[in-house]
Write a protein that binds this ligand. Structure first.
Ligand code: NAP
Length: 255
């Protein structure tokens, strides 16, 4: 049984839908005061209303430090500080190297990689004051471990997050802040829905547990990394993928 996260102030970026909303839901269900961050206010507010309790919404683009600093300040004022940051916001538009423009590359890196740095930068002044500051980054298996056509920019951004976290973990250790990442496999979200049912079917067939993940599967891993019991774990990653990275070939998946 993990120590309760009840009453702690948790900021989740990209939480109006998908994995971020799942993470926020798991924390809210366990009594945390959650701040849901996204660019579109109406969706963020609707998610906060759906979660109920102490959940609230804040508008910020993770590519904009001033917006993130404003968000962090108001979250800290409202909830008595910030104990946990889940840096989750990200996007995954597909484009092959031949079709991708430099601007498309920059956009994905700006949201997924620079956005992680900026969210951490904006929240660190408050996390430093927490008795057990925690940063949980949403990376991916795509990039650090696997590859998929159309996602060179995405894979680079998700690998980059892991490079960032290893040095961030050392820099922030003196404040008692831990920095870890969850690496989801294929998780059913609004973002993934857009890739179509054929994508879902093929992916499910390549996963030993024979299903795509749920957003709560990621939420529980994030909750563990944010717990007091995980206080001696820093600079590490947890793959949450139903065993997707395990098979050496399709032969390995035959019954
Ligand atoms: P999603 O369903 O598309 O949701 C993305 C969320 O991020 C939304 O709340 C969106 O709200 C927000 N967002 C996007 N750009 C933002 C920005 N610039 N500033 C602030 N918020 C922003 O995506 P998802 O599938 O849940 O993915 C979430 C994270 O999990 C990403 O980091 C992704 O790389 C990672 N991941 C997903 C999967 C998967 O299978 N789904 C697998 C591995 C890793 P607004 O549009 O209102 O800003």
């Amino acid at each position: 049984m993990l120590t309760s996260i009840a009453g702690e102030s948790v900021v989740v970026t990209g939480a109006s839908k998908g994995i971020g909303k799942g993470i926020a839901r798991v924390f809210a269900r366990n009594g945390a005061k959650v701040t849901i961050v996204a660019r579109h206010g109406a969706e963020a507010k609707a998610a906060a209303k759906e979660l109920g309790g102490d959940a609230s919404a804040a508008i910020a683009d993770v590519t904009n430090l001033a917006e993130l600093e404003k968000m962090a300040k108001s979250a800290a004022r409202r909830n008595g500080g910030i104990d946990v940051l889940c840096a989750n916001a990200g996007s995954f538009p597909q484009a092959t190297i031949e079709d991708m423009s430099p601007e498309q590359w920059d956009e994905v890196l700006a949201t997924n990689l620079k956005g992680t740095f900026l969210a951490v930068k904006a929240c660190v002044p408050y996390l430093k004051k927490s008795a057990a500051g925690r940063i949980v980054i949403t990376s991916s298996i795509t990039g650090p471990i696997t590859g998929f056509p159309g996602w060179t920019h995405y894979g680079a951004s998700k690998s980059g997050q892991l490079g960032f976290l290893r040095t961030a973990a050392i820099e922030l250790a003196k404040y008692g802040i831990t920095v870890n990442a969850v690496m989801p496999g294929n998780i059913i979200t609004e973002g993934l829905e857009s890739l179509g049912s054929e994508y879902h079917k093929t992916m499910a067939a390549s996963i030993p547990l024979k299903r795509l993940g749920t957003v709560e599967d990621i939420g529980y891993a994030a909750l563990f990394l944010a717990s007091k019991e995980a206080g001696y774990i820093t600079g590490q990653t947890i793959v949450v993928d139903g065993g997707q990275i395990l098979p050496e070939s399709l032969e390995a998946l035959k019954d």
